[in-house]
Design a binder for this molecule. Structure first.
Ligand code: MTE
Ligand code: HPA
Ligand code: MOS
Length: 766
């Protein structure tokens, strides 16, 4: 006789935030009720890309009604320094201005309008200096932000001499504005002791650390709280900190709460973006199309300060061979200092820039040899135990599996035939197709950052509260954390409350980044939950006098032993534990095992695992106008064993759209004075519903998933962005169908203007 409950049915996974979002109840920073006496801060920033300040007069601005204070660098009690990796960036300019948008003063006011008026009364006089915008110019002058990085595998130098075909060329990719829906901002509130800060950040600890440094306080006096953020995409990994530091500085000086939220236009001007790259490649193949050797030099436009550039630069090298095995590799990367706002993390973190160059080199080779680029791609895909240029071996390698599955299940040859027929029948409209394999390493490339913690309380009514270091930015990590805790305790989701991300509950957090947030924080959370479960199990074994052989289960909101009468509801169990004075709280910790990397030799095992996939992209180009449409993108993606398909599918679709935007339409234009000309969302165009692919199909590749992925559900945040590179090459293919002699420089984004130039490139001069 058994009264054991039936196994819990797996609930359809959801994004727990969706109902809040669609009903407008989600609370972002600016939705928080304000305290009485709250002041507003506005940043006065440099209108020059490179200059020395000769005088600055804000006496008139100070007289403007409502102005409480105007703060310059001399009022900073601690260090005027916000550089995360290299201390090379002041919070407020002292006497040198290095980019347009560099903060100089903080205007503190009782209302935003007066602060705006005051900013127009500030008189700044400068001596203008020479501005460098172009990355090659910076490289020529050896103007670097950090030391160059080199990776090598095999013996590239000699290998080229054995190659039947060698091709050399250059490829450039543009920057990208994050356009998180919620601009940068923070709300700082002086406390009896210390300061509490609500910040729109991916990195609460980075904010805590920066504020502490600027105020000259210890970290324990700063509490940072993040409920959620309205998108980050890497733009708030480090670059959320200065606004919090300015708000905290003003709050400290005025001893009142201070809110600082950038307007969209200010955010676009002042914050860094994806790094533009200018690269040179050399690729060597044998007669069968196997890649033998690859050399490249990547020039990264880092802007005026290092920010995260050295780390981004390194990831460019990690992903420079994309999803291919190349036995001889020699690659170097340089982070160049220019007078642009310091560029920063952006989904893919330098990886996409490297992968684009690889695909350009393959396209170059295929075009020159007059063969299909997919034949070269397929021939060189990574296989099990193939060595990456950094020494790690491909494990559970799904590169070929994804590719073959895509080719077969989406009927590639059928699609190609249809495209051929279409192109034969249409003179002024051509279709093109591309395949884009991806391979992306999961883990922070800085090994130290791969750690996380979580705090779990089981309250004595049986409800559960969890805290982790994960920041919800739309990527669905909240849903995943709740799923993890619900899974551990065997409780329905409704029993679990996820608390805000707060530095006093979970300390020393890594930013929510590198696609690793769910893995790191989820594993720390599992650690905390299982400590409590173990205590409950010990209690029950005692209570029911169980032996080791008895299979005690805590699941389905109850505890029971299969095949016996022993049964207790979760509620009864928690009550008993509380009465017996069992600790119902736990702190979990996780540090990714097995990973390491030696920066001197550029070798190691930097990644917990890799994520693979393949996208087939089809597009139609209007050969009179240069306009194009993406007909469809068909993806086979290696999710491992996805723990939340709704969330993961959203990440694929969003990442894809963002990658397509970067590769096709998002064009950042700076003039030679370092002025951003595409400084608003009317002339900086991000993908809308009309420019995303008309059809996106995603197939879940069935793989066991990685042990180091949370619940074997592989990280999904960044990898899909790189499917967008396929759109770029599909457009190239279509152009070549119209004009086989077309000369198309590898210069992303592939805007309509560039498409039109390419369509008529050689023909006109014939
Ligand atoms: N998805 C949404 N909706 N909003 C975001 O800001 N950031 C991306 C990706 N997906 C982002 C997003 C980036 S840059 C990263 S590194 C990951 O999410 C971070 O979250 P994860 O580690 O939980 O994947
Ligand atoms: N990815 C994302 N963010 C990071 C990384 C990384 O590898 N390293 C430091 N910040
Ligand atoms: Mo993502 S670029 O690692 O925040």
């Amino acid at each position: 006789m058994t009264q054991n409950p039936k196994p819990r049915k797996k609930k359809h996974s959801l994004n727990i935030d969706a109902p809040l979002h669609v009903t407008g109840r989600t609370i972002y920073l600016d939705d928080m009720p304000e305290l009485g006496g709250t002041l507003y801060a506005k940043v006065y920033y440099s209108p020059y890309a490179h200059a020395s300040i000769t005088s600055i007069d804000y006496s008139e601005a100070r007289q403007q009604p409502g102005i409480i204070d105007i703060i310059d660098h001399s009022r900073i009690p601690g260090e005027n320094q916000i550089g995360g990796i290299i201390p090379d960036e002041p919070l407020l300019a002292v006497d040198e201005l290095h980019f347009i948008g560099m903060p100089i003063l903080i205007i503190v006011s009782t209302d935003e309008l007066n602060a705006h008026k005051a900013s127009q009364l500030i008189k700044l006089e400068v001596e203008e200096k020479e501005v460098i915008v172009d990355v090659e110019e910076a490289y020529r002058r050896r103007s670097f932000l950090s030391a160059p990085i080199h990776f090598s595998l095999g013996d590239a130098e000699h290998a080229f001499t054995d190659c039947a075909h060698v091709f050399e060329g250059s490829a450039s990719s543009g920057g990208q504005e994050h356009v998180y829906l919620e601009p940068q901002g923070a709300y700082a509130i002086p406390q009896q002791q210390g300061m509490k800060i609500f910040s729109s950040t991916q990195g609460p600890t980075a904010v805590q650390h920066t504020v502490a440094k600027v105020l000259g306080w210890s970290m324990n006096l700063i509490e940072v709280d993040v409920n959620r953020i309205g998108g980050g995409f890497g733009g708030k990994e480090d670059q959320a900190s200065p606004w919090a530091a300015m708000a905290a500085l003003a709050a400290h000086i005025c001893q009142r709460p201070v809110k600082l939220i950038l307007e969209r236009g200010e955010d676009l001007q002042m914050t860094g973006k994806r790094h533009p790259y200018q690269s040179h490649y050399k690729i060597g193949l044998d007669t069968s199309g196997k890649i033998i050797a690859f050399e490249a030099r990547y020039l990264q436009n880092g802007g005026a300060a290092a920010d995260l550039s050295p780390a981004v630069l390194q990831r460019t090298l990690f992903h420079s061979t994309n999803s291919y095995y190349i036995p001889h590799v020699r690659i170097s990367a340089y982070s160049c200092r220019t007078n642009l706002p310091p560029n920063t993390a952006f989904r893919g973190f330098g990886g996409p820039q490297g992968m684009y160059v690889m695909e350009a080199a393959l396209d170059h080779a295929a075009t020159a040899l007059d063969i299909e680029v997919h034949d070269i791609q397929r021939k060189n895909l990574l296989y099990e135990s193939a060595e990456f240029p950094y020494g790690q071996l491909a494990e559970a390698c799904a590169a070929q599996h994804c590719w073959d599955e895509a080719v077969e299940s989406y009927d590639l040859s059928g699609s190609m035939k249809k495209i051929e027929d279409y192109n034969a029948a249409h003179q002024w409209s051509k279709k093109g197709l591309s395949l884009m394999p991806i391979c992306f390493g999961i883990s922070f490339t800085n090994t130290m950052m791969n750690q996380a913690r979580a705090l779990v309380h089981v309250y004595h009514d049986g409800s559960v509260g969890i805290s982790t270091g994960a920041v919800e930015m739309g990527q669905g990590v909240s849903s995943k954390m709740i799923q993890v805790a619900a899974g551990c305790f065997g409780l329905p989701h409704e029993h679990i409350k996820l608390e805000s991300t707060n530095t006093t509950r979970v300390a020393n957090t890594s930013p929510s980044a590198a696609s690793a947030t769910a893995d790191l924080n989820g594993k720390a959370l599992q650690d905390a939950c299982s400590q409590i479960i173990h205590r409950l199990q010990d209690l029950l074994r005692d209570q029911w006098s169980l032996t080791e052989a008895d299979e005690l289960q805590i699941d389905n909101a109850s505890a029971y032993v299969a095949g016996t009468d022993h049964l207790m509801s979760w509620q009864e169990l928690v009550t008993l534990a509380f009465q017996q004075r069992v600790n119902l709280s736990a702190k979990g910790h996780y540090a990714t095992p097995t990973i390491h990397f030696n920066k001197e030799t550029s070798k190691g095992i930097p990644f917990a695992y890799h994520v693979y996939g393949t996208a087939i992209t089809t597009c139609t180009v209007d050969c009179l106008r240069g306009n194009y449409e993406l007909d469809k993108v068909q993806i086979v993606h290696d999710f491992g064993s996805s723990m939340n398909r709704a969330v993961d599918l959203g990440q694929i679709e969003g990442g894809l759209a963002q990658g397509i935007g970067w590769m096709t339409m998002e064009e950042l234009i700076y003039n030679d004075k370092g002025q951003l000309k595409s400084g608003n969302l009317a002339n900086y165009k991000i993908p809308d519903i009309y420019s995303v692919p008309k059809e996106v199909q995603v197939q879940y590749l069935n793989t066991p998933g990685a042990e180091l992925a949370i619940n074997k559900s592989k990280a999904v945040g960044e990898p899909p962005l790189m499917y967008g590179i396929g759109a770029y090459f599909a457009i190239h293919q279509a152009i070549k169908r119209f004009n086989p002699q077309a000369v198309i420089p590898y210069s992303a984004p592939m805007t309509t203007e560039k498409v039109l130039l390419a369509l008529y490139s050689k023909r006109d001069s014939e």
